[in-house]
Ligand binder design. Structure first.
Ligand code: FAD
Length: 379
Protein backbone atom coordinates (compact mmCIF):
# COMPACT_ATOMS: atom_id res chain seq x y z
CA UNK A 1 0.00 0.00 0.00
CA UNK A 2 2.77 2.47 0.97
CA UNK A 3 4.65 2.24 -2.34
CA UNK A 4 1.45 2.65 -4.30
CA UNK A 5 0.41 5.60 -2.11
CA UNK A 6 3.80 7.26 -2.59
CA UNK A 7 3.66 6.69 -6.34
CA UNK A 8 0.19 8.21 -6.61
CA UNK A 9 0.82 11.09 -4.17
CA UNK A 10 4.48 12.12 -4.52
CA UNK A 11 3.97 15.32 -2.44
CA UNK A 12 1.91 13.77 0.36
CA UNK A 13 3.61 13.69 3.75
CA UNK A 14 3.54 10.06 4.86
CA UNK A 15 5.07 8.84 8.10
CA UNK A 16 5.19 5.27 9.34
CA UNK A 17 4.77 3.64 12.74
CA UNK A 18 3.95 6.78 14.70
CA UNK A 19 3.40 5.88 18.38
CA UNK A 20 0.02 6.97 19.77
CA UNK A 21 1.87 8.65 22.64
CA UNK A 22 2.92 11.23 19.98
CA UNK A 23 -0.47 11.47 18.28
CA UNK A 24 -2.95 11.46 21.16
CA UNK A 25 -3.11 13.17 24.54
CA UNK A 26 -4.01 9.90 26.29
CA UNK A 27 -1.13 8.05 24.70
CA UNK A 28 -2.27 4.45 25.19
CA UNK A 29 -1.84 1.79 22.51
CA UNK A 30 0.92 0.92 20.10
CA UNK A 31 1.71 2.74 16.91
CA UNK A 32 -0.21 3.93 13.86
CA UNK A 33 1.32 2.13 10.88
CA UNK A 34 0.57 4.87 8.30
CA UNK A 35 -0.15 8.56 8.84
CA UNK A 36 -0.89 10.70 5.77
CA UNK A 37 -0.97 14.50 6.05
CA UNK A 38 -2.45 16.27 3.02
CA UNK A 39 -1.56 19.92 2.43
CA UNK A 40 -4.62 21.08 0.48
CA UNK A 41 -8.33 20.26 0.19
CA UNK A 42 -7.60 18.98 -3.35
CA UNK A 43 -4.94 16.58 -2.12
CA UNK A 44 -7.22 15.49 0.74
CA UNK A 45 -10.06 14.89 -1.74
CA UNK A 46 -7.87 12.84 -4.06
CA UNK A 47 -6.53 10.81 -1.12
CA UNK A 48 -10.01 10.06 0.23
CA UNK A 49 -11.15 9.01 -3.23
CA UNK A 50 -8.10 6.80 -3.70
CA UNK A 51 -8.54 5.04 -0.34
CA UNK A 52 -12.28 4.56 -0.81
CA UNK A 53 -11.87 3.16 -4.29
CA UNK A 54 -9.43 0.55 -3.04
CA UNK A 55 -11.46 -0.27 0.08
CA UNK A 56 -8.59 0.81 2.36
CA UNK A 57 -9.91 1.79 5.80
CA UNK A 58 -9.01 5.24 7.14
CA UNK A 59 -9.85 7.53 10.02
CA UNK A 60 -9.45 11.25 10.65
CA UNK A 61 -7.17 12.46 13.38
CA UNK A 62 -7.24 16.00 14.72
CA UNK A 63 -5.38 16.97 17.89
CA UNK A 64 -5.94 13.43 19.21
CA UNK A 65 -7.39 14.75 22.48
CA UNK A 66 -10.53 12.65 22.33
CA UNK A 67 -9.08 9.48 20.85
CA UNK A 68 -8.00 6.16 22.31
CA UNK A 69 -5.12 4.57 20.40
CA UNK A 70 -5.17 0.88 19.52
CA UNK A 71 -2.87 -1.93 20.66
CA UNK A 72 -3.26 -3.78 17.37
CA UNK A 73 -1.90 -2.22 14.17
CA UNK A 74 -4.59 -0.29 12.29
CA UNK A 75 -5.03 -1.95 8.91
CA UNK A 76 -5.38 1.26 6.93
CA UNK A 77 -4.30 4.88 7.17
CA UNK A 78 -4.78 7.72 9.63
CA UNK A 79 -5.35 11.08 7.94
CA UNK A 80 -4.41 14.32 9.66
CA UNK A 81 -4.58 17.72 8.01
CA UNK A 82 -1.09 19.15 7.71
CA UNK A 83 -0.57 21.74 10.43
CA UNK A 84 0.93 24.63 8.47
CA UNK A 85 -1.46 24.24 5.54
CA UNK A 86 -4.63 24.00 7.65
CA UNK A 87 -3.59 25.84 10.81
CA UNK A 88 -4.00 29.49 9.72
CA UNK A 89 -6.38 32.04 11.27
CA UNK A 90 -7.49 35.47 10.11
CA UNK A 91 -9.86 38.12 11.39
CA UNK A 92 -12.50 39.93 9.40
CA UNK A 93 -14.49 42.26 11.68
CA UNK A 94 -16.35 40.02 14.12
CA UNK A 95 -15.58 36.93 12.09
CA UNK A 96 -12.58 34.64 12.45
CA UNK A 97 -11.77 32.28 9.64
CA UNK A 98 -9.47 29.41 10.62
CA UNK A 99 -8.18 26.14 9.24
CA UNK A 100 -9.45 22.95 10.86
CA UNK A 101 -6.03 22.07 12.24
CA UNK A 102 -5.79 25.33 14.22
CA UNK A 103 -5.55 24.56 17.92
CA UNK A 104 -8.50 25.69 20.01
CA UNK A 105 -6.34 27.26 22.78
CA UNK A 106 -4.39 29.22 20.13
CA UNK A 107 -7.61 30.29 18.45
CA UNK A 108 -9.05 31.50 21.76
CA UNK A 109 -5.85 33.50 22.42
CA UNK A 110 -5.99 34.96 18.89
CA UNK A 111 -9.62 36.06 19.43
CA UNK A 112 -8.85 37.56 22.85
CA UNK A 113 -5.92 39.57 21.47
CA UNK A 114 -8.19 40.78 18.66
CA UNK A 115 -10.70 41.97 21.28
CA UNK A 116 -13.34 39.43 20.28
CA UNK A 117 -15.57 37.76 22.83
CA UNK A 118 -16.98 34.21 22.84
CA UNK A 119 -14.15 31.70 22.83
CA UNK A 120 -12.63 32.07 26.30
CA UNK A 121 -14.67 29.22 27.82
CA UNK A 122 -13.24 26.83 25.21
CA UNK A 123 -9.64 27.96 25.69
CA UNK A 124 -8.66 24.94 27.79
CA UNK A 125 -9.90 22.29 25.35
CA UNK A 126 -6.71 20.87 23.91
CA UNK A 127 -7.98 19.84 20.47
CA UNK A 128 -8.10 21.19 16.94
CA UNK A 129 -10.90 23.30 15.52
CA UNK A 130 -11.95 20.41 13.22
CA UNK A 131 -12.14 17.95 16.13
CA UNK A 132 -14.03 20.48 18.24
CA UNK A 133 -16.59 20.93 15.47
CA UNK A 134 -17.00 17.17 15.01
CA UNK A 135 -17.55 16.76 18.77
CA UNK A 136 -19.40 20.05 19.29
CA UNK A 137 -16.92 20.66 22.09
CA UNK A 138 -18.32 22.72 24.93
CA UNK A 139 -17.47 24.07 28.32
CA UNK A 140 -19.25 26.20 30.91
CA UNK A 141 -22.30 26.75 28.74
CA UNK A 142 -20.50 27.63 25.50
CA UNK A 143 -20.53 25.12 22.64
CA UNK A 144 -18.47 25.68 19.49
CA UNK A 145 -21.53 25.00 17.31
CA UNK A 146 -23.19 28.20 18.52
CA UNK A 147 -20.31 30.20 17.08
CA UNK A 148 -20.06 28.55 13.67
CA UNK A 149 -21.08 30.81 10.82
CA UNK A 150 -19.89 28.62 7.97
CA UNK A 151 -17.97 25.41 7.41
CA UNK A 152 -15.88 24.03 4.58
CA UNK A 153 -14.84 20.47 4.06
CA UNK A 154 -14.36 17.56 1.74
CA UNK A 155 -16.58 14.48 1.68
CA UNK A 156 -15.25 10.92 1.52
CA UNK A 157 -15.93 10.85 -2.23
CA UNK A 158 -13.47 13.72 -2.58
CA UNK A 159 -16.11 16.38 -3.31
CA UNK A 160 -15.99 19.87 -1.75
CA UNK A 161 -18.59 20.37 0.99
CA UNK A 162 -19.93 23.59 2.54
CA UNK A 163 -22.62 24.36 5.09
CA UNK A 164 -23.91 27.25 7.15
CA UNK A 165 -23.66 26.66 10.90
CA UNK A 166 -27.37 27.38 11.24
CA UNK A 167 -28.24 24.53 8.83
CA UNK A 168 -26.67 21.88 11.05
CA UNK A 169 -28.07 20.10 14.09
CA UNK A 170 -25.70 20.73 16.97
CA UNK A 171 -26.25 18.46 19.94
CA UNK A 172 -24.46 17.46 23.12
CA UNK A 173 -21.06 16.11 21.96
CA UNK A 174 -22.05 15.77 18.32
CA UNK A 175 -21.73 18.41 15.68
CA UNK A 176 -24.16 18.21 12.84
CA UNK A 177 -21.39 17.60 10.31
CA UNK A 178 -22.10 14.38 8.36
CA UNK A 179 -19.84 11.49 9.41
CA UNK A 180 -18.46 11.23 5.86
CA UNK A 181 -17.11 14.79 5.81
CA UNK A 182 -13.68 16.05 6.82
CA UNK A 183 -13.91 19.64 8.01
CA UNK A 184 -11.09 21.70 6.49
CA UNK A 185 -11.96 25.17 7.78
CA UNK A 186 -14.54 27.23 9.63
CA UNK A 187 -15.71 30.79 10.02
CA UNK A 188 -16.73 31.69 13.57
CA UNK A 189 -18.89 34.67 14.48
CA UNK A 190 -17.81 36.32 17.74
CA UNK A 191 -18.96 39.43 19.57
CA UNK A 192 -17.03 42.64 20.13
CA UNK A 193 -15.17 42.60 23.43
CA UNK A 194 -12.41 44.27 25.34
CA UNK A 195 -8.86 42.93 24.92
CA UNK A 196 -7.94 43.23 28.62
CA UNK A 197 -11.19 41.59 29.75
CA UNK A 198 -10.82 38.77 27.21
CA UNK A 199 -7.21 38.08 28.22
CA UNK A 200 -8.28 38.02 31.88
CA UNK A 201 -11.11 35.60 31.03
CA UNK A 202 -8.60 33.33 29.28
CA UNK A 203 -6.29 33.37 32.27
CA UNK A 204 -9.21 32.61 34.61
CA UNK A 205 -10.24 29.67 32.41
CA UNK A 206 -6.72 28.21 32.45
CA UNK A 207 -6.49 28.68 36.22
CA UNK A 208 -9.83 26.92 36.73
CA UNK A 209 -8.63 24.01 34.60
CA UNK A 210 -5.38 23.72 36.57
CA UNK A 211 -7.46 23.54 39.72
CA UNK A 212 -10.05 20.98 38.59
CA UNK A 213 -8.38 18.93 35.90
CA UNK A 214 -6.00 16.04 36.48
CA UNK A 215 -2.47 16.63 35.34
CA UNK A 216 -0.95 13.96 33.10
CA UNK A 217 -2.20 12.08 30.11
CA UNK A 218 -5.93 11.71 29.47
CA UNK A 219 -8.55 12.11 26.76
CA UNK A 220 -10.69 14.38 28.95
CA UNK A 221 -14.04 13.04 30.13
CA UNK A 222 -14.44 9.41 29.10
CA UNK A 223 -18.23 9.17 29.41
CA UNK A 224 -21.03 11.52 28.43
CA UNK A 225 -23.11 13.01 31.20
CA UNK A 226 -26.44 11.25 31.69
CA UNK A 227 -28.08 14.64 32.27
CA UNK A 228 -26.98 18.00 33.66
CA UNK A 229 -28.19 16.80 37.09
CA UNK A 230 -26.34 13.51 36.80
CA UNK A 231 -22.86 14.15 35.43
CA UNK A 232 -20.99 10.92 34.74
CA UNK A 233 -18.18 12.01 37.08
CA UNK A 234 -20.57 12.28 40.03
CA UNK A 235 -22.03 8.81 39.37
CA UNK A 236 -18.56 7.26 39.07
CA UNK A 237 -17.46 9.02 42.23
CA UNK A 238 -20.52 7.76 44.12
CA UNK A 239 -19.47 4.21 43.23
CA UNK A 240 -16.22 4.80 45.09
CA UNK A 241 -14.14 4.30 41.96
CA UNK A 242 -11.84 7.32 42.29
CA UNK A 243 -8.24 6.17 42.23
CA UNK A 244 -9.06 2.63 41.00
CA UNK A 245 -6.00 1.44 39.12
CA UNK A 246 -5.45 -1.52 36.82
CA UNK A 247 -1.97 -1.84 35.37
CA UNK A 248 -0.89 1.56 34.09
CA UNK A 249 -4.39 3.07 33.92
CA UNK A 250 -6.36 4.70 36.72
CA UNK A 251 -9.59 6.57 37.44
CA UNK A 252 -8.31 10.03 38.32
CA UNK A 253 -8.35 11.06 41.99
CA UNK A 254 -9.11 14.62 40.92
CA UNK A 255 -12.00 14.06 38.49
CA UNK A 256 -13.68 10.65 38.39
CA UNK A 257 -14.73 10.91 34.72
CA UNK A 258 -11.07 11.14 33.65
CA UNK A 259 -9.29 7.85 33.14
CA UNK A 260 -5.59 8.58 33.04
CA UNK A 261 -2.57 6.88 31.57
CA UNK A 262 -0.85 6.94 34.94
CA UNK A 263 2.25 4.98 33.94
CA UNK A 264 2.67 6.94 30.72
CA UNK A 265 3.02 3.75 28.68
CA UNK A 266 -0.26 1.95 29.34
CA UNK A 267 -2.00 -0.23 26.79
CA UNK A 268 -5.39 0.18 25.17
CA UNK A 269 -6.40 -3.11 26.84
CA UNK A 270 -5.71 -1.63 30.30
CA UNK A 271 -7.71 1.48 29.43
CA UNK A 272 -10.59 -0.66 28.19
CA UNK A 273 -10.51 -2.83 31.31
CA UNK A 274 -10.84 0.21 33.58
CA UNK A 275 -13.51 1.85 31.39
CA UNK A 276 -15.55 -1.37 31.34
CA UNK A 277 -15.27 -1.73 35.10
CA UNK A 278 -16.51 1.84 35.54
CA UNK A 279 -19.39 1.36 33.13
CA UNK A 280 -20.47 -1.94 34.67
CA UNK A 281 -20.28 -0.62 38.24
CA UNK A 282 -22.35 2.48 37.42
CA UNK A 283 -24.92 0.30 35.66
CA UNK A 284 -25.19 -2.06 38.64
CA UNK A 285 -25.47 0.77 41.14
CA UNK A 286 -27.61 3.32 39.26
CA UNK A 287 -29.00 1.46 36.25
CA UNK A 288 -27.46 3.99 33.82
CA UNK A 289 -25.58 2.71 30.79
CA UNK A 290 -22.88 5.34 30.38
CA UNK A 291 -22.12 6.21 26.76
CA UNK A 292 -18.50 6.90 25.87
CA UNK A 293 -17.53 10.41 24.89
CA UNK A 294 -14.07 9.33 23.77
CA UNK A 295 -13.71 7.69 20.38
CA UNK A 296 -11.67 4.57 19.79
CA UNK A 297 -9.46 4.01 16.77
CA UNK A 298 -10.35 0.32 17.06
CA UNK A 299 -14.09 0.05 16.45
CA UNK A 300 -13.94 -3.48 17.94
CA UNK A 301 -12.77 -1.98 21.24
CA UNK A 302 -15.51 0.65 21.13
CA UNK A 303 -18.10 -2.10 20.62
CA UNK A 304 -16.57 -4.10 23.42
CA UNK A 305 -17.04 -1.18 25.79
CA UNK A 306 -20.56 -0.29 24.70
CA UNK A 307 -21.89 -3.81 24.42
CA UNK A 308 -19.84 -4.95 27.42
CA UNK A 309 -19.00 -8.17 25.64
CA UNK A 310 -16.78 -10.53 27.53
CA UNK A 311 -13.33 -10.47 26.06
CA UNK A 312 -12.10 -13.90 25.03
CA UNK A 313 -8.94 -14.95 26.82
CA UNK A 314 -6.02 -14.94 24.32
CA UNK A 315 -5.83 -18.77 24.33
CA UNK A 316 -9.54 -19.10 23.47
CA UNK A 317 -9.30 -16.42 20.77
CA UNK A 318 -6.32 -18.28 19.23
CA UNK A 319 -8.22 -21.61 19.41
CA UNK A 320 -11.18 -20.00 17.58
CA UNK A 321 -8.92 -18.61 14.87
CA UNK A 322 -7.30 -22.03 14.34
CA UNK A 323 -10.75 -23.68 14.18
CA UNK A 324 -11.91 -21.15 11.60
CA UNK A 325 -8.82 -21.72 9.48
CA UNK A 326 -9.28 -25.53 9.64
CA UNK A 327 -12.90 -25.11 8.46
CA UNK A 328 -11.82 -22.86 5.60
CA UNK A 329 -9.10 -25.30 4.49
CA UNK A 330 -11.56 -28.21 4.66
CA UNK A 331 -14.04 -26.22 2.57
CA UNK A 332 -11.31 -25.56 0.00
CA UNK A 333 -10.27 -29.22 -0.17
CA UNK A 334 -13.90 -30.31 -0.52
CA UNK A 335 -14.49 -27.70 -3.27
CA UNK A 336 -11.47 -29.00 -5.17
CA UNK A 337 -12.47 -32.67 -4.81
CA UNK A 338 -16.17 -32.14 -5.54
CA UNK A 339 -15.45 -29.77 -8.46
CA UNK A 340 -13.01 -32.24 -10.07
CA UNK A 341 -15.36 -35.20 -9.50
CA UNK A 342 -18.28 -33.32 -11.07
CA UNK A 343 -16.15 -32.39 -14.08
CA UNK A 344 -15.14 -36.04 -14.64
CA UNK A 345 -18.66 -37.40 -14.10
CA UNK A 346 -20.16 -34.60 -16.22
CA UNK A 347 -17.71 -35.26 -19.03
CA UNK A 348 -18.65 -38.99 -18.96
CA UNK A 349 -22.39 -38.20 -19.08
CA UNK A 350 -21.92 -35.47 -21.69
CA UNK A 351 -20.34 -38.03 -24.03
CA UNK A 352 -23.64 -39.91 -23.87
CA UNK A 353 -25.23 -36.52 -24.82
CA UNK A 354 -27.12 -36.26 -21.55
CA UNK A 355 -28.23 -32.80 -20.16
CA UNK A 356 -27.22 -33.92 -16.66
CA UNK A 357 -23.63 -34.09 -17.88
CA UNK A 358 -23.63 -30.42 -18.93
CA UNK A 359 -25.18 -29.45 -15.60
CA UNK A 360 -22.54 -31.41 -13.66
CA UNK A 361 -19.75 -29.77 -15.68
CA UNK A 362 -21.23 -26.31 -14.98
CA UNK A 363 -21.39 -27.03 -11.21
CA UNK A 364 -17.91 -28.47 -11.30
CA UNK A 365 -16.54 -25.33 -12.99
CA UNK A 366 -18.36 -23.12 -10.48
CA UNK A 367 -16.83 -24.96 -7.54
CA UNK A 368 -13.36 -24.83 -9.07
CA UNK A 369 -13.68 -21.10 -9.83
CA UNK A 370 -14.72 -20.55 -6.19
CA UNK A 371 -11.69 -22.58 -5.11
CA UNK A 372 -9.30 -20.44 -7.20
CA UNK A 373 -10.88 -17.14 -6.03
CA UNK A 374 -10.54 -18.19 -2.39
CA UNK A 375 -6.98 -19.25 -3.03
CA UNK A 376 -6.09 -15.80 -4.37
CA UNK A 377 -7.75 -14.02 -1.44
CA UNK A 378 -6.01 -13.27 1.85
CA UNK A 379 -7.85 -15.12 4.61
C1 FAD B 1 -7.46 17.57 29.29
C2 FAD B 1 -8.65 17.53 28.37
C3 FAD B 1 -9.73 18.35 28.61
C4 FAD B 1 -10.85 18.32 27.77
N1 FAD B 1 -11.91 19.14 28.02
C5 FAD B 1 -12.98 19.14 27.21
C6 FAD B 1 -14.08 20.04 27.45
O1 FAD B 1 -14.10 20.82 28.37
N2 FAD B 1 -15.12 19.98 26.58
C7 FAD B 1 -15.14 19.14 25.51
O2 FAD B 1 -16.13 19.15 24.75
N3 FAD B 1 -14.12 18.29 25.28
C8 FAD B 1 -13.04 18.27 26.08
N4 FAD B 1 -11.99 17.42 25.84
C9 FAD B 1 -12.06 16.45 24.73
C10 FAD B 1 -11.42 16.93 23.41
O3 FAD B 1 -10.42 17.87 23.66
C11 FAD B 1 -12.47 17.54 22.48
O4 FAD B 1 -13.42 16.57 22.12
C12 FAD B 1 -11.80 18.08 21.20
O5 FAD B 1 -12.73 18.88 20.55
C13 FAD B 1 -11.32 17.00 20.24
O6 FAD B 1 -10.58 17.63 19.22
P1 FAD B 1 -9.34 16.91 18.54
O7 FAD B 1 -8.86 17.77 17.44
O8 FAD B 1 -8.33 16.53 19.53
O9 FAD B 1 -10.06 15.64 17.91
P2 FAD B 1 -9.54 14.14 17.87
O10 FAD B 1 -9.45 13.61 19.24
O11 FAD B 1 -8.34 14.03 17.03
O12 FAD B 1 -10.77 13.47 17.11
C14 FAD B 1 -12.04 13.44 17.71
C15 FAD B 1 -13.06 13.07 16.63
O13 FAD B 1 -13.15 14.12 15.69
C16 FAD B 1 -12.87 13.64 14.38
N5 FAD B 1 -12.15 14.71 13.67
C17 FAD B 1 -10.98 15.30 14.01
N6 FAD B 1 -10.66 16.25 13.13
C18 FAD B 1 -11.66 16.28 12.21
C19 FAD B 1 -11.92 17.05 11.05
N7 FAD B 1 -11.06 17.98 10.62
N8 FAD B 1 -13.03 16.80 10.35
C20 FAD B 1 -13.92 15.85 10.75
N9 FAD B 1 -13.73 15.07 11.83
C21 FAD B 1 -12.60 15.29 12.56
C22 FAD B 1 -12.03 12.39 14.59
O14 FAD B 1 -12.16 11.50 13.50
C23 FAD B 1 -12.67 11.83 15.85
O15 FAD B 1 -13.83 11.11 15.54
C24 FAD B 1 -10.87 17.43 26.68
C25 FAD B 1 -9.77 16.61 26.42
C26 FAD B 1 -8.67 16.66 27.27
C27 FAD B 1 -7.48 15.78 26.98
Amino acid sequence: MIDDLRRNFPDLKITLDRPYRELTTLGVGGALPVLAEPVSPEELGALLKYLRKRGIPFFILGGGSNLVGADAPYLGAGIRLERRAFGGMERDGELIRAGARASLPELAAFAAKAGLHGLAALAGIPGSLGGAIRMNASCRGTAIGELVEELEGVDFRGRPWRAKGSELKWEYRTGGVPEDVVVTGATLRLAPGDVEAELAALEAEHAKRRETEPAGRSAGCVFRNVSPEEPAGKLIDSCGLRGTRIGGVAVSEKHANYIVNASGNASEREFLTVARLVRRTVKERFGHELRPEVRFISKASERQLVEDRAELPPAAAKRNRVLLLVCLYMYQILSLLAGSALLIVGWMFARQSDGIGVLAIAYGILLLVGFVINLCRKW
